[in-house]
Design a protein around this ligand. Structure first.
Ligand code: 1YM
Length: 638
């Protein structure tokens, strides 16, 4: 039986307060709160690692859904605590906020969202065992029923040189809605902690089904640079090196790792003392400000951005950026509803300074990468203003009221995108035949006059001044750029219908370039097709046979009996415009008879490459391309 003195009673009252209102200390008592307990204990081990004393942390889900956390740090101090009169270990586990108060001047930077420590875990557990390996001895203390001392700190054996702390706790089922731990949830955070604390080995194991499992071990010597590599794993980086910047000012440690990929989205995550600041804050603001300024400066100095050009915005420079910002701060102020924002105003300047210094140097030393990054931002900038224009256009054009907008599109009657298709047809006369020959229920016709603008050479906002392109955007219904929404696509099939000659393939390349640049998801989802108008018509008796090319013509003729072959009339089809409606329908449009070629991203990339070579600013690739392809232009299959 324990003799309770005054301070003991106060202590118990403290932990009782936690049991009465657990939400105030750990947020919730659902599965999230259950997992939160693990991090409260692990944070103490991480602090020990940050202090430089701990290299390994092991977390085990035991058979009974209790959790064991083990570290190889110095071990929680075991001596008598001056104020409480009990051992420091017991004090840490029974006095609210004791971890902070008795920190002994250590520079603590980790800590959970609520920063309440071990005593809260004790208050919300059915039982807790703490074992400390220190000064050659194994010390143990046990608690039960929400933090009542079952066994005061006792020496239970010898441990030689070994040091460290092992804690096992069993969450109280009276407090929590669920008692079952989820391995994957723990794993994601354990991996993240390993990325955020380079050189620290973290192991997670699940002993519930099988005690022989080895679990997962995470150890990243490269820290957050490896985190960026991990996040970019299934993306296409546009430069090899992961940019890493680091610095310290006024005891605030600041680190950034970043790499651009070819996507249009950004992945920017920031942390303060290992806690994800999902609403950003001053550390993130400092970096974003510096990034925007430095890219603009570089773009102007290198002449890529001209005086008259608009500056690149924060939005532009983060397109395709994967970035981790990690800040270790001795006294962080978290703000906002969910405390997900860093508020310390001094950090903005420090983040800016450290980032600018490192990134400026990177740009100077790596002109190729710098150029790639600036180009990416400039493309983003164009897409952004284009998206704005497109938004305005789509807003102004109400298709439900006016299905013949701009007097060009002959829309189909069906509003069901699944069965609707649109033919983009070269020339007015072919457009006329197509309109007559179509199934007006499901087939829309958009005739193009002349060549379409090369969007590779035109800023997107200027491209949008082009009526043809505006019509296409409005017809598709998806919007472009940031507003793009594939679910709004009005046609399941977009069919490019051009002549089987050089001009036809030129127009096809221009359209593919447009689709690839403005509507890439449409291409990726397999909605774009090329119609294959026949090159020859072979007539014999009452039979009319259309074939796509020379090869097929020869094959077909060879298949005919000698006497029929001799009398067969072979006509070369001159172009879509010369086919009448019936012929066009039969050869190119009729769902039963036509042959469509599905356009892949590869086709577009090839089209894009051809364009860069033929229309871009570099002369040498163009010369080479023409030399290599001079004889084959007719067959250039794009
Ligand atoms: C599995 C949980 O709690 N490890 C741990 C905790 C402490 C120390 C080492 C430690 C800290 C200090 C000095 C110090 C804590 N000590 C305290 C307090 N693992 C786990 N490992 N020596 C050892 O901060 O100066 C609180 S936590 F307050 F007693 F110092």
């Amino acid at each position: 039986m324990n003799d309770y003195n005054e301070s003991d009673i106060q202590v118990l009252e403290g932990l009782d307060a936690v049991r009465k209102r657990p939400g105030m200390y750990i947020g919730t008592t659902d599965v999230k709160g259950l997992h939160h307990l693990v991090w409260e204990i692990v944070d103490n081990s991480i602090d020990e690692a940050l202090a430089g004393y701990c290299k390994n942390i092991e977390i085990v889900i035991n058979k009974d859904n209790s959790i064991t956390v083990k570290d190889d740090g110095r071990g929680i101090p075991v001596g008598k605590h001056a104020k409480t009169g009990i051992s420091t270990v017991e004090t840490v586990y029974t006095v609210l906020h004791a971890g902070g108060k008795f920190g002994g001047g250590g520079y603590k930077v980790s800590g959970g969202l609520h920063g309440v420590g071990a005593s809260v875990v004790n208050a919300l557990s059915s039982w807790v065992t703490v074992t400390v390996y220190k000064e050659g001895k194994i010390h143990e203390t046990k608690f039960q029923n929400g933090g009542k001392v079952l066994q005061p700190l006792t020496v239970i054996g010898e441990c030689g040189e070994r040091t460290g702390t092992t804690v096992t706790f069993k969450p109280d089922p009276e407090i929590f809605d669920t008692e079952i731990y989820d391995y994957e949830t723990l794993k994601i955070r354990v991996r993240e902690l390993a990325f955020l604390n380079k050189g620290l080995r973290l192991t997670l194991r699940d002993d519930r089904d099988n005690e022989d499992t080895t679990g997962d071990t995470f150890l990243y010597e490269g820290g957050i640079s490896e985190y960026v590599r991990f996040l970019n794993e299934n993306k296409t980086p546009i430069h090899d090196e992961i940019i890493h910047l680091e610095g310290e000012e006024d005891g605030i440690v600041f680190e950034v790792a970043m790499q651009y990929n070819s996507s249009y989205n950004d992945n920017i995550y920031s942390f303060v003392n290992n806690i994800n600041t999902h609403d950003g804050g001053t550390h993130e603001e400092g970096v974003r400000r510096a990034l925007t300024r430095l890219i603009n400066n570089y773009a102007k100095k290198s002449g890529m951005l001209k005086e008259k050009d608009e500056s690149l915005t924060g939005e532009d420079v983060k397109e395709g950026l994967t970035m981790i910002v990690s800040c270790k701060h001795p006294n962080p102020q978290f703000e906002g509803q969910t405390k997900g924002r860093l508020g310390n105003s001094e950090v903005r300047k420090i983040a800016d300074n450290v980032f600018s210094k490192g990134f400026d140097r990177f740009l100077m030393e790596n002109p190729n990468e710098a150029k790639i990054i600036v180009e990416k931002s400039m493309l983003a900038s164009r897409a952004r203003s284009a998206a704005k224009k497109a938004r305005e256009i789509t807003r102004k054009t109400d298709l439900s009221v006016n299905s013949n907008f701009f007097g060009k599109l002959s829309d189909c009657k069906s509003k069901d995108a699944n069965i609707s298709e649109i033919f983009i047809v070269e020339g007015d006369s072919a457009g006329g035949s197509a309109k007559k020959g179509r199934d007006s229920m499901t087939q829309a016709i958009l005739p193009l006059r002349g060549k379409i603008l090369n969007v590779e050479k035109t800023r997107l906002d200027r491209a949008l001044e082009n009526e043809e392109i505006r019509t296409i955007i409005t017809a598709f219904g998806t919007g472009i750029g940031q507003d793009f929404d594939l679910s709004k696509l009005r046609y399941n099939k977009i069919i490019i219908m051009t002549d089987a000659d050089v001009d036809g393939s030129h127009i096809r390349v221009l359209l593919l370039t447009l689709f690839y640049r403005f509507f890439r998801p449409i291409v990726e989802a397999g909605h774009v097709y090329a119609a294959q108008p026949p090159l020859f018509r072979i007539m014999h008796g009452k039979t009319r046979k259309y074939v796509l090319n020379e090869d097929e013509k020869e094959k077909y003729l060879a298949s005919l009996p000698e006497n029929i072959r001799a009398r067969a009339e072979i006509a070369r089809m001159k172009g879509l415009g010369e086919m009448d409606a019936e012929e066009l329908n039969e050869t190119t449009m009729d769902i039963e008879k036509r042959i469509l070629r599905k356009i892949t991203v590869n086709d577009c990339i090839q089209a894009d490459a051809v364009f860069n070579k033929l229309m871009g600013d570099e002369v040498e690739p163009r010369r080479k391309f023409i030399e290599e392809n001079a004889g084959y232009v007719q067959n250039l299959d794009i």
